[in-house]
Design a protein around this ligand. Structure first.
Ligand code: NAP
Length: 308
């Protein structure tokens, strides 16, 4: 079978850290080109300032992986689908819910695959946690996602702008896991968003969710944590605790602790290959919907200005 010729659009941090090695390590894919408006490309791979320029140059591609900031993703995705290309969307899948729904319709009409990827769902502990929780009574959930924005997002202006999500950029990863492992859908009850005086997106947020049974789900997001970082989900059940740590890679159940090597991006590309071969799409907007609800329903407080 011929490999899927994929172009990376947005050759920034995540493209270099994760997409390039995942593509190189998967024989179902061949890197055909890269695109970014200002940055340089790679040796021996055609590089273009825009998808327009790539298409005009006649480079043969079957698919694009969109690793741009979310605010520009819709326009590029529509253009790719119109050109008959399969589309892998980095998370979050868009800057608004309605543009993602519109993209799904475009993909269905074009017959191409649209994959709204959630990399944290491919962390090693997530599927075993889901299996453990499937038949349990859930008593309480505590999500703590605290990291140092200066370490993880240095100088990324877009993340602080409207549509960049601020602290929800990592927080949506926790929600992508929670929406996968918890057996019932859940919804926002209260949120307090902390916005630096000089920024358009929150640096911290405290939220309460619940499911239809009234299960309390507390979430604490904070970008001001220095020192050890915290990416934890604790689910208390009638059969003991299920604790996911380190973003989902370390799982502790009443039977013991399991740790496995990272395989999030290889897992995403394996899934994308299957979807392309089967001509199917996978677009779950549940994590983005919860974030949108926090912006819709949450109270705002102004906190100290943030400088990079
Ligand atoms: P980044 O380092 O700022 O990279 C963004 C890239 O997008 C840059 O190469 C930029 O090109 C390019 N770009 C901007 N506008 C474009 C346009 N109109 N057309 C084509 N390319 C464009 O950001 P990042 O950290 O990689 O994050 C990108 C996405 O990945 C975000 O949605 C983020 O949530 C997600 N993600 C990030 C991480 C992480 O650890 N950083 C982890 C998982 C997922 P120029 O440099 O040429 O301007």
């Amino acid at each position: 079978m011929q490999p899927i010729r994929v172009a990376i659009v947005g050759l920034g941090k995540i493209a270099r850290d994760q997409h390039l090695p995942a593509i190189a390590g998967n024989p179902d894919f061949a890197l055909a080109a890269t695109v970014s408006p200002r940055g340089a490309g790679l040796d021996d791979v055609p590089h273009f300032p825009s998808l327009d320029a790539l298409i005009a140059a006649g480079v043969a591609v079957d698919a694009v992986a969109l690793c741009t900031p979310p605010q520009v993703r819709y326009a590029i995705a529509v253009q790719a689908l119109a050109a008959g290309l399969h589309v892998f969307l980095e998370k979050p899948p868009g800057a608004t819910l309605s543009e993602v729904v519109a993209l799904e319709a475009e993909a269905a009409a074009s017959g191409a695959t649209l994959f709204a990827s959630w990399h944290s769902r491919y962390a090693a502990g997530v599927e075993p946690a889901r299996a453990f929780l499937a038949d349990r009574r859930i008593d309480r959930v505590t999500i703590t996602w605290r990291e140092d924005v200066r370490v993880w997002h240095p100088g990324q202006a877009w993340i602080w702008e409207a549509g960049g999500l601020g602290v929800f950029d990592p927080g949506i990863n926790a929600l992508s896991i929670a929406t996968r492992i918890l057996p019932k859908p859940f919804f926002l009850r209260e949120a307090i968003l902390s916005l630096p005086a000089n920024r358009a997106a929150p640096i911290a947020a405290r939220m309460t969710f619940s499911d239809a049974a009234g299960t309390p789900i507390a979430m604490d997001l904070d970008w001001r944590q220095t020192g050890p970082q915290t990416w934890d989900i604790l689910v208390e059940t009638d059969a003991g605790d299920c604790h996911l740590a380190k973003g989902g890679s370390v799982l502790t159940l009443p039977t013991g602790t399991e740790t496995q090597d990272d395989h999030e991006y290889p897992g995403l590309y394996a899934r994308f290959a299957t979807l392309v071969r089967e001509r199917r799409s996978d677009v779950d907007i549940a994590p983005l919907r919860l974030v949108a609800d926090a912006f819709l329903r949450g109270e705002r407080e102004t906190v100290e200005a943030f400088e990079d």
